[in-house]
Design a protein around this ligand. Sequence first.
Ligand SMILES: Cc1ncc(COP(=O)(O)O)c(C=O)c1O
Length: 295
Amino acid sequence: MSEQALNVYLNGSFVPADQACVPITDRGFQFGDSVYEVIPAYGGTPLRLTQHLDRLDNSLNAIHMTNPLSHDAWAGVLDELTAQLPGQDQQIYIQITRGAPGQRDHAIPEELAPTVVATTRALPERDAAQAMQGVNAVTLDDIRWKRCDIKTTALLGNVLAYHHARTEGADDAILVRDGQALEGTASNLFMVTNGLLITPPTGDCILPGITRDLVLELAEEEGIPYAEAAVSVVDLENADEIWLTSSTREIRAVTQLNGKPVGNGEPGALWHRMDQLLDAYKARLRLHARERTDA
Ligand SMILES: Cc1ncc(COP(=O)(O)O)c(C=O)c1O
Protein backbone atom coordinates (compact mmCIF):
# COMPACT_ATOMS: atom_id res chain seq x y z
CA MET A 1 0.00 0.00 0.00
CA SER A 2 1.48 3.39 -0.95
CA GLU A 3 1.77 6.16 1.64
CA GLN A 4 -0.81 8.26 -0.23
CA ALA A 5 -3.43 5.53 0.00
CA LEU A 6 -3.42 5.58 3.82
CA ASN A 7 -6.08 7.37 5.78
CA VAL A 8 -5.12 9.95 8.36
CA TYR A 9 -6.99 10.89 11.51
CA LEU A 10 -8.18 14.51 11.45
CA ASN A 11 -10.46 15.99 14.09
CA GLY A 12 -12.44 12.84 14.86
CA SER A 13 -12.57 11.23 11.40
CA PHE A 14 -10.36 9.04 9.24
CA VAL A 15 -9.89 10.61 5.81
CA PRO A 16 -7.62 9.96 2.80
CA ALA A 17 -4.38 11.91 3.26
CA ASP A 18 -4.91 13.94 0.09
CA GLN A 19 -8.28 15.13 1.39
CA ALA A 20 -7.07 16.16 4.86
CA CYS A 21 -7.07 19.97 4.98
CA VAL A 22 -6.33 22.52 7.71
CA PRO A 23 -7.28 26.23 7.38
CA ILE A 24 -4.48 28.71 6.70
CA THR A 25 -5.36 30.57 9.91
CA ASP A 26 -4.41 27.50 11.94
CA ARG A 27 -2.15 28.67 14.75
CA GLY A 28 0.11 25.67 14.22
CA PHE A 29 0.80 27.01 10.73
CA GLN A 30 1.01 30.70 11.66
CA PHE A 31 2.74 30.63 15.06
CA GLY A 32 4.09 27.11 15.51
CA ASP A 33 1.46 27.03 18.30
CA SER A 34 1.38 23.29 18.36
CA VAL A 35 2.87 20.16 19.91
CA TYR A 36 3.55 16.68 18.57
CA GLU A 37 4.65 13.14 19.27
CA VAL A 38 6.42 10.53 17.16
CA ILE A 39 5.74 6.98 18.31
CA PRO A 40 7.33 3.90 16.75
CA ALA A 41 5.08 0.84 16.54
CA TYR A 42 6.71 -2.56 16.12
CA GLY A 43 4.48 -5.03 14.28
CA GLY A 44 1.76 -2.48 15.07
CA THR A 45 2.32 -2.30 18.86
CA PRO A 46 3.26 1.25 19.87
CA LEU A 47 6.43 1.46 21.93
CA ARG A 48 5.75 2.95 25.37
CA LEU A 49 2.40 4.44 24.45
CA THR A 50 1.63 5.57 28.00
CA GLN A 51 4.94 7.43 28.26
CA HIS A 52 4.42 9.10 24.86
CA LEU A 53 0.89 10.18 25.80
CA ASP A 54 2.09 11.42 29.20
CA ARG A 55 4.72 13.52 27.44
CA LEU A 56 2.03 14.82 25.06
CA ASP A 57 -0.03 15.85 28.11
CA ASN A 58 3.01 17.62 29.58
CA SER A 59 3.69 19.50 26.32
CA LEU A 60 0.02 20.53 26.11
CA ASN A 61 -0.08 21.65 29.75
CA ALA A 62 3.05 23.73 29.19
CA ILE A 63 1.27 25.69 26.44
CA HIS A 64 -1.98 25.98 28.44
CA MET A 65 -3.92 23.30 26.59
CA THR A 66 -5.44 20.00 27.64
CA ASN A 67 -5.42 16.80 25.65
CA PRO A 68 -8.66 16.71 23.64
CA LEU A 69 -8.64 12.89 23.77
CA SER A 70 -8.29 10.54 26.74
CA HIS A 71 -5.44 8.02 26.65
CA ASP A 72 -7.99 5.27 25.98
CA ALA A 73 -9.45 7.22 23.08
CA TRP A 74 -5.93 7.72 21.68
CA ALA A 75 -5.24 3.99 21.97
CA GLY A 76 -8.41 3.32 19.91
CA VAL A 77 -7.45 5.90 17.26
CA LEU A 78 -3.93 4.52 16.96
CA ASP A 79 -5.23 0.93 16.74
CA GLU A 80 -7.39 1.89 13.79
CA LEU A 81 -4.58 3.90 12.21
CA THR A 82 -1.92 1.20 12.49
CA ALA A 83 -4.32 -1.55 11.33
CA GLN A 84 -3.85 -0.06 7.85
CA LEU A 85 -0.33 -1.55 7.74
CA PRO A 86 -0.95 -4.93 9.37
CA GLY A 87 2.03 -6.43 11.17
CA GLN A 88 4.40 -3.72 9.94
CA ASP A 89 6.82 -1.55 11.87
CA GLN A 90 5.47 1.99 11.71
CA GLN A 91 6.07 5.56 12.69
CA ILE A 92 3.00 7.24 14.17
CA TYR A 93 2.87 11.04 14.14
CA ILE A 94 0.45 12.99 16.35
CA GLN A 95 0.08 16.76 16.14
CA ILE A 96 -2.25 18.98 18.14
CA THR A 97 -2.43 22.67 17.31
CA ARG A 98 -4.34 25.31 19.25
CA GLY A 99 -6.75 25.48 16.30
CA ALA A 100 -7.81 27.89 13.58
CA PRO A 101 -9.37 31.18 14.78
CA GLY A 102 -11.05 33.63 12.38
CA GLN A 103 -8.02 35.88 12.15
CA ARG A 104 -4.34 36.09 13.03
CA ASP A 105 -3.78 37.44 16.53
CA HIS A 106 -1.01 36.64 19.03
CA ALA A 107 -3.51 36.52 21.91
CA ILE A 108 -4.52 32.98 22.84
CA PRO A 109 -8.26 32.71 22.11
CA GLU A 110 -10.35 31.58 25.07
CA GLU A 111 -12.44 29.05 23.23
CA LEU A 112 -11.06 27.37 20.18
CA ALA A 113 -11.36 23.80 18.95
CA PRO A 114 -7.87 22.32 18.57
CA THR A 115 -6.74 20.74 15.33
CA VAL A 116 -5.93 17.09 16.01
CA VAL A 117 -3.99 15.01 13.50
CA ALA A 118 -2.54 11.50 13.56
CA THR A 119 -0.78 9.75 10.69
CA THR A 120 1.20 6.58 10.26
CA ARG A 121 3.71 5.33 7.75
CA ALA A 122 6.04 2.37 7.43
CA LEU A 123 9.22 2.70 9.46
CA PRO A 124 12.13 2.54 6.98
CA GLU A 125 14.07 -0.70 7.29
CA ARG A 126 17.23 -0.38 9.29
CA ASP A 127 20.33 0.04 7.14
CA ALA A 128 22.91 -2.24 8.81
CA ALA A 129 25.86 -0.80 6.85
CA GLN A 130 24.87 2.74 7.84
CA ALA A 131 24.47 1.70 11.50
CA MET A 132 28.01 0.26 11.47
CA GLN A 133 29.42 3.36 9.79
CA GLY A 134 27.92 5.53 12.52
CA VAL A 135 27.27 9.24 12.63
CA ASN A 136 29.75 11.98 11.84
CA ALA A 137 28.73 14.78 14.23
CA VAL A 138 29.86 18.32 14.95
CA THR A 139 29.23 20.36 18.08
CA LEU A 140 27.29 23.59 17.48
CA ASP A 141 26.09 26.46 19.63
CA ASP A 142 22.47 25.78 20.71
CA ILE A 143 20.42 28.70 19.37
CA ARG A 144 17.06 27.26 20.50
CA TRP A 145 14.76 28.78 23.12
CA LYS A 146 14.69 28.00 26.86
CA ARG A 147 11.88 25.40 26.86
CA CYS A 148 13.36 22.56 24.86
CA ASP A 149 11.50 20.13 27.15
CA ILE A 150 8.26 21.00 25.29
CA LYS A 151 7.84 18.87 22.19
CA THR A 152 6.66 21.73 20.00
CA THR A 153 6.55 21.77 16.21
CA ALA A 154 8.33 25.17 16.36
CA LEU A 155 11.58 23.47 15.36
CA LEU A 156 13.39 26.17 13.38
CA GLY A 157 16.38 26.17 15.76
CA ASN A 158 16.72 22.40 15.29
CA VAL A 159 16.21 22.65 11.52
CA LEU A 160 18.89 25.36 11.13
CA ALA A 161 21.36 23.45 13.32
CA TYR A 162 20.84 20.30 11.26
CA HIS A 163 21.27 22.31 8.05
CA HIS A 164 24.45 23.92 9.41
CA ALA A 165 25.88 20.48 10.25
CA ARG A 166 25.03 19.15 6.80
CA THR A 167 26.61 22.12 5.04
CA GLU A 168 29.80 21.41 7.02
CA GLY A 169 29.75 17.86 5.63
CA ALA A 170 28.60 16.28 8.91
CA ASP A 171 25.56 14.02 9.45
CA ASP A 172 24.21 15.82 12.51
CA ALA A 173 24.95 18.35 15.22
CA ILE A 174 25.32 18.00 18.99
CA LEU A 175 23.99 21.19 20.57
CA VAL A 176 26.05 23.00 23.20
CA ARG A 177 25.11 25.66 25.76
CA ASP A 178 27.65 27.19 28.16
CA GLY A 179 30.18 24.50 27.33
CA GLN A 180 27.70 21.69 28.08
CA ALA A 181 26.69 19.23 25.37
CA LEU A 182 22.92 18.73 25.60
CA GLU A 183 21.39 16.67 22.80
CA GLY A 184 21.28 16.13 19.04
CA THR A 185 19.04 18.13 16.71
CA ALA A 186 16.38 15.38 17.01
CA SER A 187 17.88 12.96 19.52
CA ASN A 188 19.24 12.57 23.04
CA LEU A 189 22.91 12.24 23.85
CA PHE A 190 24.84 9.51 25.65
CA MET A 191 28.55 8.98 26.13
CA VAL A 192 30.56 6.08 27.53
CA THR A 193 33.70 6.78 29.54
CA ASN A 194 35.62 4.00 31.30
CA GLY A 195 32.58 1.72 31.14
CA LEU A 196 30.19 4.32 32.61
CA LEU A 197 27.20 5.32 30.49
CA ILE A 198 26.41 9.01 30.98
CA THR A 199 23.55 11.15 29.67
CA PRO A 200 22.79 14.80 30.48
CA PRO A 201 20.01 15.21 33.06
CA THR A 202 16.54 16.25 31.91
CA GLY A 203 15.48 19.87 32.46
CA ASP A 204 14.41 22.87 30.37
CA CYS A 205 17.28 22.46 27.91
CA ILE A 206 16.57 18.99 26.51
CA LEU A 207 13.61 16.92 25.40
CA PRO A 208 12.91 14.08 27.85
CA GLY A 209 13.28 11.33 25.24
CA ILE A 210 11.29 8.12 25.52
CA THR A 211 14.19 6.17 23.95
CA ARG A 212 16.54 7.82 26.46
CA ASP A 213 14.39 6.50 29.34
CA LEU A 214 14.23 3.06 27.78
CA VAL A 215 18.03 2.92 27.37
CA LEU A 216 18.47 3.91 31.04
CA GLU A 217 15.95 1.26 32.07
CA LEU A 218 17.70 -1.43 30.02
CA ALA A 219 21.02 -0.37 31.56
CA GLU A 220 19.50 -0.70 35.04
CA GLU A 221 18.07 -4.17 34.26
CA GLU A 222 21.38 -5.37 32.82
CA GLY A 223 23.56 -3.96 35.59
CA ILE A 224 25.31 -1.56 33.21
CA PRO A 225 26.64 1.36 35.30
CA TYR A 226 25.06 4.66 34.29
CA ALA A 227 24.70 8.23 35.49
CA GLU A 228 22.64 11.29 34.59
CA ALA A 229 25.28 14.01 34.68
CA ALA A 230 26.42 17.10 32.81
CA VAL A 231 28.59 16.36 29.78
CA SER A 232 31.08 19.04 28.76
CA VAL A 233 32.39 19.30 25.22
CA VAL A 234 35.82 18.31 26.57
CA ASP A 235 34.29 15.17 28.18
CA LEU A 236 32.63 14.37 24.90
CA GLU A 237 35.83 14.80 22.91
CA ASN A 238 37.53 12.29 25.23
CA ALA A 239 34.66 9.78 25.37
CA ASP A 240 35.15 6.13 24.41
CA GLU A 241 31.70 6.04 22.81
CA ILE A 242 29.01 8.57 21.93
CA TRP A 243 25.41 7.67 21.04
CA LEU A 244 22.37 9.58 19.81
CA THR A 245 18.95 8.08 20.61
CA SER A 246 15.48 8.71 19.20
CA SER A 247 12.23 6.92 18.45
CA THR A 248 12.81 6.64 14.73
CA ARG A 249 16.60 6.32 14.60
CA GLU A 250 16.86 4.19 17.76
CA ILE A 251 20.48 4.15 19.01
CA ARG A 252 23.07 5.57 16.63
CA ALA A 253 26.76 5.45 17.40
CA VAL A 254 28.65 8.67 16.75
CA THR A 255 31.93 7.51 15.25
CA GLN A 256 33.41 10.92 14.41
CA LEU A 257 33.17 14.13 16.40
CA ASN A 258 34.44 17.43 15.05
CA GLY A 259 36.49 15.60 12.45
CA LYS A 260 38.19 13.19 14.90
CA PRO A 261 37.38 9.50 15.49
CA VAL A 262 35.43 8.62 18.63
CA GLY A 263 37.25 5.69 20.28
CA ASN A 264 38.61 3.62 17.41
CA GLY A 265 36.21 5.25 14.96
CA GLU A 266 33.74 2.34 15.01
CA PRO A 267 30.60 1.70 17.08
CA GLY A 268 31.82 0.56 20.51
CA ALA A 269 31.22 -2.61 22.54
CA LEU A 270 28.54 -1.09 24.78
CA TRP A 271 26.69 0.28 21.74
CA HIS A 272 26.57 -3.28 20.31
CA ARG A 273 25.21 -4.60 23.61
CA MET A 274 22.58 -1.89 24.01
CA ASP A 275 21.55 -2.19 20.35
CA GLN A 276 20.94 -5.92 20.90
CA LEU A 277 18.93 -5.24 24.07
CA LEU A 278 16.75 -2.76 22.17
CA ASP A 279 16.33 -5.29 19.35
CA ALA A 280 15.11 -7.90 21.83
CA TYR A 281 12.69 -5.33 23.31
CA LYS A 282 11.30 -4.57 19.83
CA ALA A 283 10.96 -8.31 19.09
CA ARG A 284 8.77 -8.65 22.21
CA LEU A 285 6.47 -5.87 20.93
CA ARG A 286 6.15 -7.60 17.54
CA LEU A 287 5.30 -10.87 19.30
CA HIS A 288 2.68 -9.08 21.37
CA ALA A 289 1.15 -7.70 18.15
CA ARG A 290 0.99 -11.21 16.62
CA GLU A 291 -0.57 -12.65 19.78
CA ARG A 292 -3.23 -9.93 19.74
CA THR A 293 -4.05 -10.68 16.09
CA ASP A 294 -4.23 -14.45 16.73
CA ALA A 295 -6.40 -14.07 19.86
C1 LIG B 1 15.31 17.56 20.24
C2 LIG B 1 15.01 16.11 20.49
N1 LIG B 1 15.62 15.49 21.51
C3 LIG B 1 15.42 14.18 21.76
C4 LIG B 1 14.58 13.42 20.96
C5 LIG B 1 14.40 11.94 21.24
O1 LIG B 1 13.14 11.70 21.80
P1 LIG B 1 12.42 10.29 21.61
O2 LIG B 1 13.38 9.26 22.10
O3 LIG B 1 11.21 10.37 22.46
O4 LIG B 1 12.12 10.14 20.16
C6 LIG B 1 13.91 14.04 19.89
C7 LIG B 1 13.00 13.28 19.04
O5 LIG B 1 12.43 13.75 18.09
C8 LIG B 1 14.13 15.42 19.65
O6 LIG B 1 13.53 16.05 18.63
